[in-house]
Design a protein around this ligand. Structure first.
Ligand code: UD2
Ligand code: MN
Length: 348
């Protein structure tokens, strides 16, 4: 019995050890293949792809997390000097019939999609130049030719927007300028807006395209009027208003179709807000207007006097807040942003 019980105990212990060794080898075997197994189980549910996406997402996040460092700590250059050292004063203008857009693009490599900023200092103002336009391609070419270097010498951060009226309906300069303001603000919160006829070329770069505490009228004189102010209160051609000044007057009226009156209407709006119009000195605020006849589709607006008599009653309802239009295209060309719009037609 003694021998028997010792033998049976040893056999039981042996079974236990055998089972233990079997279990351990099974676990070791599972561990060897587990990677494969997990993957093959999850694969049908698209998890493998999720891993890949996850990696890409992480890569993106890494970029995003490292980028702000670059944004927060840019090589911030000092503000540009109050008076740009690049100014030349009065410059001779040329109007070469052989001028091509391509030549201008080559000469203005620093301009991208109509926008420029100085490379060695931070501009004092960001300025959007708005040009109402239809069928004046050659005038536009002459203006771009002179305006880009002119603005660069003034060390401004600027962009040029040309707002094209589509179709043959009566021209509406003021409405196009309202649209220019609204569209340009979709790109950048510009400080200052210059409302600019396409045919007026500035002669002196001391005529600064920046805004002031009050609205500014930049055309005191031009070649065709003996460089004298046309009349007291004249506010046409080229004007400069801050984003807030223009908003405060509710922009231009949208209701001046055809030639005349819209510039006087803006002056009335400015005066209603008790703002005062500033002008640079006459020897600086000089322009050459490229010769032109009255365009077809921009006949004299016979309603302009009647409209002007209503400005003080309607300005709050007629302007930026009621400017309706359809944007047909926004082309980012090398030297300007070309915004083509359907602005409708006058109500009869
Ligand atoms: C004067 C004003 C102008 C405006 C206009 C009356 C000056 C120097 N300018 O210009 O600011 O008040 O009277 O509306 O006093 N345009 C086109 N295509 C057209 C018609 C007009 O692009 O078919 C644009 C273009 O930017 C042009 C501007 O509208 O420069 C004003 O028209 P304009 O040049 O025929 O009128 P003008 O010289 O009498
Ligand atoms: Mn003109």
């Amino acid at each position: 019995m003694g021998i028997c019980s010792t033998v049976s105990k040893a056999l039981r212990r042996g079974k236990f050890f055998f089972l233990l060794i079997l279990l351990l080898s099974l676990l070791a075997w599972i561990a060897t293949f587990s990677g494969e197994t997990v993957k093959s189980i999850l694969a049908p549910f698209g998890t493998t792809e999720t891993f890949v996406k996850g990696d890409k997402l992480r890569e993106k996040l890494n970029v995003l997390l490292t980028e702000p460092d670059q944004v927060i700590a840019p090589t911030q250059s000092a503000e540009c000097p109050q008076v740009s050292p690049l100014l030349k004063g009065a410059v001779g203008l040329s109007f070469e019939p052989s001028l091509k857009l391509k030549d201008l693009e080559i000469a203005n490599k620093g301009v991208t999609e109509g926008e420029y900023e100085p490379s060695d200092c931070t501009a004092r103002q960001s300025v959007a130049i708005l040009i109402p336009h239809r069928n004046r391609e050659r005038h536009l070419l002459y203006l771009l030719h002179h305006l880009h270097p002119f603005l660069q010498r003034q060390q401004l951060h600027y962009a040029i927007y040309v707002i094209q009226q589509a179709g043959d309906e009566t021209f509406n300069r003021a409405k196009l300028l309202n649209i220019g303001y609204l569209e340009a603000l979709k790109d950048y919160i510009w400080d200052c807006f210059i409302f600019h006829d396409v045919d007026l070329v500035p002669e002196n770069d001391n005529n600064l395209y920046i805004c002031d505490k009050q609205p500014k009228h930049l055309v005191v004189g031009r070649n065709s009027t003996g460089y004298r102010l046309r009349y007291k209160g004249y506010f046409g051609g080229v004007t400069a208003m801050t984003r807030d000044q223009f908003l405060q007057v509710n922009g231009f009226s949208n209701n001046y179709w055809g030639w005349g009156g819209e510039d006087d209407d803006l002056r009335v709006r400015v005066e209603l807000q008790k703002m005062k119009i500033l002008r640079p000195s006459a020897d600086v605020a000089r322009y050459t207007m490229v010769f032109h006849k009255r365009d077809s589709g921009n006949e004299i607006n016979n309603k302009r006097m009647g409209l002007l008599s209503q400005t003080s009653h309607v300005w709050k309802k007629d302007g930026l807040n009621s400017c309706s239009y359809k944007t047909l295209s926004v082309e980012r060309l090398p030297l300007y942003v070309n915004v083509t719009v359907d602005i409708g037609k006058p109500h009869i």
